[in-house]
Design a binder for this molecule. Structure first.
Ligand SMILES: [Zn+2]
Ligand SMILES: [Zn+2]
Length: 375
């Protein structure tokens, strides 16, 4: 379920700079803005352009999109991320849009504003061991988020009942007014100043939340970490950020994942690599070495006359891909190690070996000597 091609929508290349992306977006947003462009399809195009920009202007979403084809990162995380708000998913809302647009048009753009305010996104970090990241796990995290006050059901009034409708906005929380903008006179809608957009005239404040209807609450939530997650990736739990105000949508919780390194294995995406120093005679005579896997170990057979620096690819012994039954590889490089000391007898035998092996047997060294002569 890949998102659309956002680069095509904005007409920029994949390596476009943030400034290029911004300027392409501005041009298109102006061109298709529903208040300017009344042609059929312009509004859809406008929405699409904003969707593309929302993704490509956000480093996290852009990186997710570049890597996974979706702004929300690796797909199919919904397993443990229910949370009532639909689990993981792309962003389908344009609640930030008002802000983006007001930066460009100086506050113009009332038509597309939603009435409520979206809750702020929250960010936290978790650290996983190498194994937890490779095999997946469940982690409890503590977060403090703004929630609707339970005592007054978010009304801010004592017992949730001690209020009347605001006389200014008749309970809608919104008032209309005219404003002059670069496009002429426009009718704008904004929060009612009298009731602060709540639509309520509070007679007696809720003592629990001081009358604003919201309070900060600490809680522990359980997060299912999918197998294959890597350092630096971000898990987004929709609707687990601060709660929205005046009916606005809840914000998201972004969890930045840190993964500790393995003692010997080096992770590169879903592949693992390892460099093993073995006694020089193992490469000459052949032998077996024990190799660590993400879980357990395996035996690598080294054939005789193996060159130092040879890379052995253990297919499918790497890390499981996110949401796929595919595994990366384990790449083992074997390097000859010389002994630290030689006894008199050892030395005699190595010298005998040297005299016994014909120099023709070392083709690469021979080529080198030839090249040196012809410098
Ligand atoms: Zn009002
Ligand atoms: Zn309250």
């Amino acid at each position: 379920m890949a998102d659309k091609n956002y680069y095509d929508i904005l007409g920029v290349s994949k390596d476009a700079s943030p400034d290029d992306i911004k300027s392409a977006y501005r041009k298109l947003a102006k061109k298709y803005h529903p208040d300017i462009n009344k042609e059929p399809g312009a509004a859809d195009k406008f929405k699409e352009v904003n969707e593309a920009y929302e993704c490509l202007s956000d480093p996290t979403k852009k990186s997710n999109y570049d890597n996974y084809g979706s702004a929300s990162g690796p797909q199919g995380f919904s397993g443990g991320f229910g949370g009532g708000a639909g689990g993981f998913g792309g962003f389908g809302d344009f609640s930030d849009f008002g802000d983006i647009f007001s930066n460009i048009f100086g506050g113009f753009g009332g038509a597309t504003r939603t009435q409520g305010a979206r809750g702020e996104d929250l960010q936290t970090q978790i650290t996983l061991s190498f194994e937890e990241a490779v095999f997946g796990c469940t982690k409890d995290i503590n977060i403090t988020r703004v929630e609707s006050c339970a005592s007054c059901k978010g009304t801010g009034a004592k017992n949730g009942t001690e209020y009347t409708q605001c006389s200014e906005c008749h309970g809608t929380g919104q008032v209309r007014y005219t404003e002059t903008s670069m496009f002429g006179r426009v009718i704008r809608q904004g929060p009612c100043k009298k009731c602060n957009g709540t639509g309520k005239d509070i007679k007696e404040k809720c003592t629990d939340c001081g009358g604003n209807g919201y309070k900060r609450v600490s809680s522990t939530i359980s997060v299912n970490i999918p197998a294959g997650i890597d350092d630096g990736q971000v898990l987004t739990m929709r609707g687990k950020g601060n709660c929205g105000k005046r009916g606005g949508e809840d914000g998201d919780l972004h969890i930045i994942v840190k993964v500790k390194e393995h003692k010997v294995l080096v992770r590169d995406g879903f592949d693992l690599s390892l460099k093993v120093y073995v006694p020089f005679y193992t490469l000459l005579l052949g032998g077996e070495i024990e190799i660590p896997l993400p879980k357990g170990t395996t035996t690598l057979k080294i054939p005789e006359l193996t060159q130092s620096g040879t890379l052995f690819k253990l297919k499918g012994k790497g890390i499981k891909y996110l949401n796929r039954e595919t595994y990366g590889n384990l790449l083992v490089t074997v390097v000859a190690e010389s002994p630290k000391t030689l006894s008199k007898n050892d030395k005699k035998m190595v010298e005998a070996l040297r005299d016994s092996i014909k120099s023709d047997n070392f083709s690469r060294y021979k080529d080198y000597l030839k090249d040196m002569k012809n410098l």
